[in-house]
Write a protein that binds this ligand. Sequence first.
Ligand SMILES: [Cu+2]
Length: 667
Amino acid sequence: MIGTLLLAILSPSDTIITSSHLIDEVVVVSAAGEGRKRSVKGLAASIDEHLAELSHVDLVRRGSYAWEPVVNNMATERVSTTIDGMKIFYACTDKMDPVTSYVESSNLQSILLNSGLNGNPQSTGNIGGSLDLKLRKAGFGGESLFSSKIGGLGGGLVVGHETNGHLQVYGADGAVSLPRFYTNAGVFYRHADNYKEGGGRKVPFSQFQKVNVYDNFGFRLTEEGNDVVEGTFIYDRASNVGYPALNMDVAKAEAFIASLSYRHQFVEGFLNAWETKGYYNHITHVMDDTKRPDVEIHMDMPGKSWTSGLYSLLTGTGGRHEVQANYDLYYNRLFADMTMYPGGAAPMYMVTWPDVGTLNTGLAVNDRISLTGRQTVTLTAKWAMQWQRLNNEEGYHALRVFFPGMKDSYNQTIGRIAATYQLSILNSQLSIGAGWGSRAPTVTEAYGYYLNNTFDQYDYIGNPHLKNESAMELNCAAKFSIFNSQLSISLDANAFFFSNYIIGQFENRLSPMTVGAEGVKVYGNLSHATIVNTAFTADWKLLPWLTWNTRLSYAIGNDDVGKALPLISPFAYTSGINCQLSAINCKLTVKGNARQVNYGKKYGETSTPAYAIVNLSGQYAFHLHGHTLTLRAGVENLLDKRYSTYSDWCDIPQKGRNFYTNLSVSL
Ligand SMILES: [Cu+2]
């Protein structure tokens, strides 16, 4: 991990990374780099489709847009998501807008996943893992990422279409790369109508539309190039987004993301680089139920999130050590309210997120120590302090009715520490690791007010008296290469032993506010809980042009009395055959889940039946007038099976048969 970030800092063109941990992963989005995972749809794939390539990641789907990443069977609350190290917090009380929904493929170099508590230096509260979305930067002249470049200029186009839901994708980007200046900018547009489930029935309210505009730039302050200023700007706007699994849709989800950083590279001595970045982002979220039929009480539910922060990262290499030290600070504000319009009667107003201001500051240190050529030890630690204040009087007083002793400000101390030992012998690698970490309750968990959850049909109330949740993690992984490295097999497992696990608990004394809700739950701490993840992967090079790969995974999650936790993956498998014949690549994949046996019945979850689907994809790259063109085509769910996975919210069905084609051109 440390080697990783160092590389990224030393040369902005080389964010393709050798992760030092067996269980950490990178999915590569842009054209540069080899040997890493990537989506068969190339640049036309959504961020969600890129995320789906990562082994420890599942996605909670509430519609066909903005899926919520789940790492090691833990969702947003226990996962840190950053964009180039920037903290961003979603603005929807129903989790309609995970941070990953605000970046587009052509602006992304790679997604870096750190499994478990061994997080990247900017991550906080990452018990399950951390995702960092690395933006694609053109780099200075001579080190450009763009595959084709004429006189310092480069660019690309992507056009795609999918039959199911008539999804259209259009993207264009351009880059200027000079010895002392670079910039790359792009615009991306996606539009989809309602999709059809297997069997051909339409899924109403599954449409979406999205525009994304971005620019990255950098300039060298000196001739030698040791002082660099870089900046990023992203504007993203999704509109008319349907959420078939929820009662509401989105009229508008809008994000402004900006950063400016200064980097100094040291020429000699222990220190390599020192980077300081300041950033700001603002998210506006407007929900809409006006298009839904049979709505008894119309509601307006807007949400707002803004964050400003900075981090300062110092890296050094000396002797056996590769060290990173990071200081970070951010201030986030979250506000959401709701107005209900019961026919004829006066509107009812309530504050659902009471304008919570969170100031968080932390210090992280990572050290990767090469004991011998074959053994490395990685140590990571972070300590952070957090102050929270409820700025909205009305929201504070409403919550105080349930918690008479509550205050309008709280503070927490959180931290994590992890160690990994890795041994490489002959053609195998082994690693074992352990860690401990804690997280503060989220704003929803601590201060949310009557937030309806369609998953179990309960209204949720936050609990300001929650204790921090903590977990101890143990992990191990082994990778063997046999038959002259033709076959590689890997096994990995991790276990999280929680204390004060936070989850909604029944509160029979309160009655729900939402029409049709089953009752009320208040967030509480369970004394303990356990989540265990295991996986087996095999890659076999059967012939020089033919490879076969398989992945099996199994997980369990139990609460304090041994009952199953909700949203834990059943036994899952993927198996694929890949042929590479000169410029043509094709792939046949079978993917499925066994029936969900251990489901969180106690928490309102129902069992999901088994399913299996077949996907086919092909890719052909060719040259025309000096440009590289890549044509991709395929079919998903070839047999048009009607199915949903355990992580499809309220069991909304997945897409039926879907033919896709896309063409990308690098200019
Ligand atoms: Cu929302």
